[in-house]
Design a protein around this ligand. Structure first.
Ligand code: NDP
Length: 286
């Protein structure tokens, strides 16, 4: 029977154990708060009584923790020998440097880290179409592909352990700012008596940005920031209207004002007649 250890039973870790149990795996679990394992043990998971027992139970150990500090706190509880020969699929989010340092620390103890950045919420685990960024040794990813694919699809990015964390954090950057944009827009909508349900089709249409990304990416690659289609000066005027509309609705304008500030900086830096893609350079030269 195929088997795996899962350490960390927050909502994500619990979903992962559930997916493994559904797939017929023998799953050993450990969590700082043991009660979080109760339901999974009732479904057939095996509770490890110590971190050492969890690590030594299986070659593949999946970690799903709040951050890498949590991993350090957990692994400090086991003798270093318990790590030898293990592959740790670390599906804990943190920054790229932290991922690289952890991988080096584990390598010194004879363990291999595969870094993962899960791109779906817990209900997406075990469902078709879901995806996780992976980086680290490709042979380790390939060796455990069937087990990793029980959780989600695999998007392998390269040998550098930090890559999965890097792509994940860039995606999360875009996700949080876009989603906060939606929340801000809805606050203005509600202040004007427009419900979320009524505004939904408009919000969906606005956030369908694929056309813009596919239009701009080749121009950015080519270093073409010509203002033939859009200009930073147009963005400044547009954002001033947004800030005005927001204030008139009595809604916090810190978000559009921050965006307006970036556009204004672009204009004073000499990009008023350039495309808004010139703001990438402005953002890089802060
Ligand atoms: P949680 O923060 O809820 O999970 C925390 C887990 O980490 C728990 O098992 C908790 O143990 C453990 N933990 C935290 N601090 C310590 C510590 N100092 N010592 C020991 N154990 C510790 O996160 P989620 O389950 O929601 O997510 C897990 C990972 O997956 C995160 O890195 C998250 O960014 C990522 N992720 C989550 C998504 C989501 O929608 N939830 C989506 C995509 C990625 P205890 O039970 O004892 O508190």
């Amino acid at each position: 029977m195929q088997s795996v250890t899962v350490i960390g039973l927050g909502p994500m870790g619990q979903a992962m154990v559930g997916a493994y149990l559904d797939a017929g795996y023998q799953v050993t679990v450990w969590n700082r708060t043991p009660a979080r394992a109760d339901e999974l043990v009732a479904r057939g998971a095996k509770r490890a009584e110590s971190v050492e027992e969890a690590l030594t139970a299986n070659e593949l150990v999946v970690l799903s923790l709040t951050d890498y500090d949590a991993m350090d706190a957990i692994l400090a509880q086991a003798p270093p020998a318990a790590l030898k020969g293990r592959t740790l699929a670390n599906l804990t989010s943190d920054n790229p440097d932290r991922s690289r340092r952890a991988a080096a620390w584990l390598a010194e103890r004879g363990a291999v880290q595969v870094t993962g950045g899960v791109l779906v919420p817990p209900p997406g685990i075990g469902k078709p179409g879901s995806m996780t960024y992976y980086s680290g040794p490709e042979d380790a990813v390939e060796a455990h592909r069937p087990a990793l694919e029980v959780l989600t699809g695999i998007e392998y990015l390269g040998e550098d352990h930090g890559l999965a964390a890097l792509y994940y954090q860039i995606g999360i950057d875009m996700f949080w700012t876009a989603l906060t944009g939606y929340l801000h827009g809805q606050a203005v909508a509600e202040a004007n008596g427009i419900s979320a349900e009524d505004f939904l089709p408009h919000a969906v249409r606005t956030l369908e940005l694929r056309y813009f990304l596919e239009f701009y990416a080749p121009r950015i690659t080519a270093g073409n920031h010509e203002g033939d289609v859009d200009r930073v000066s147009m963005g400044v005027a547009s954002l001033e209207h947004v800030v005005h509309t927001t204030r008139a609705a009595g809604v916090d304008d810190s978000l559009p004002s921050a965006v307006l500030e970036i556009f204004r900086r672009g204009a004073t830096d000499g990009h008023a007649q350039d495309s808004l893609t010139s703001l990438i350079g402005v953002l890089k030269n802060r």
